[in-house]
Design a protein around this ligand. Structure first.
Ligand SMILES: [Ca+2]
Ligand SMILES: [Ca+2]
Length: 175
C-alpha cells in the first residue's frame, strides 16, 4: 500500500544578490537627437527571485531613492519636487534613458551620470555605476578617410630618382 501527499515547500529567497550592471558604461550620441529620443538602455541583473530580484533604476542625483529604506525621512518634503539638471531622464522599470532637452556638443561634450540600480527586497540592495555619455556635433567629420587597400604594396627600383610615380593609394571619405 502506498500513499502520497502533496507537500508545499516554501523556500524563502534571501535577498543576497545586489543588482549587477551589464550595460555599456560609455556611449556616444549626436547632438541632433530630438527631445524624447531614446538615448540608451541601462540594465542590471539580479539573481534573486521576485521582489528580491526586481531591479529599478535611478539617477543618483535624483536622490529620492531610499537605498536604505529605514532612514528617517522627516525633513524630506522637498525631495519629490526636485528635478534633474541633466538633459536626460531614466525610466525606473525599464532603464530607458531619454533625452529631455536639446544637446549641444559645443556647449557640453560629455556627461558622467551616476546611476543606481536597486532591487525591491527588504532590505534593498543597490549598486552604483557611472555612465559616460559623449556628445558629438552633428556636423562633426565622423568618417575619417579609409584606405581602400589595407596593405599598399609597391615595388620600386632602387635606382629611380626621387619623385618617381610608384603607385596610387585611394581613400574614400563619406562626408
Ligand atoms: Ca537569493
Ligand atoms: Ca537582489
Amino acid at each position: 500500500m502506498t500513499s502520497s501527499a502533496n507537500i508545499d515547500i516554501n523556500v524563502a529567497d534571501v535577498n543576497d544578490n545586489a543588482p549587477v550592471f551589464v550595460s555599456p558604461r560609455k556611449i556616444l550620441v549626436h547632438d541632433d537627437f530630438f527631445v524624447g529620443s531614446l538615448v540608451t538602455m541601462v540594465r542590471a541583473v539580479d539573481l534573486d527571485f521576485r521582489e528580491n530580484g526586481t531591479v529599478e533604476y535611478y539617477f543618483a542625483e535624483d536622490n529620492f531613492v531610499a537605498t536604505s529604506s529605514s532612514t528617517s525621512s522627516s525633513t524630506s518634503s522637498s525631495s519629490s519636487s526636485s528635478f534633474s539638471l541633466l538633459p536626460f531622464s531614466i525610466h525606473p522599470q525599464t532603464g530607458a534613458i531619454n533625452l529631455t532637452s536639446e544637446l549641444n556638443a559645443l556647449r557640453r561634450s560629455s556627461y558622467m551620470i551616476e546611476i543606481i540600480a536597486t532591487d525591491l527586497g527588504k532590505p534593498k540592495l543597490a549598486k552604483r555605476t557611472n555612465l559616460t555619455i559623449d556628445v558629438r556635433s552633428f556636423n562633426w567629420n565622423l568618417n575619417p578617410p579609409i584606405f581602400k587597400e589595407r596593405y599598399a604594396n609597391f615595388s620600386v627600383r632602387e635606382n629611380k630618382p626621387p619623385g618617381t610615380f610608384v603607385g596610387k593609394v585611394s581613400a574614400t571619405d563619406d562626408d
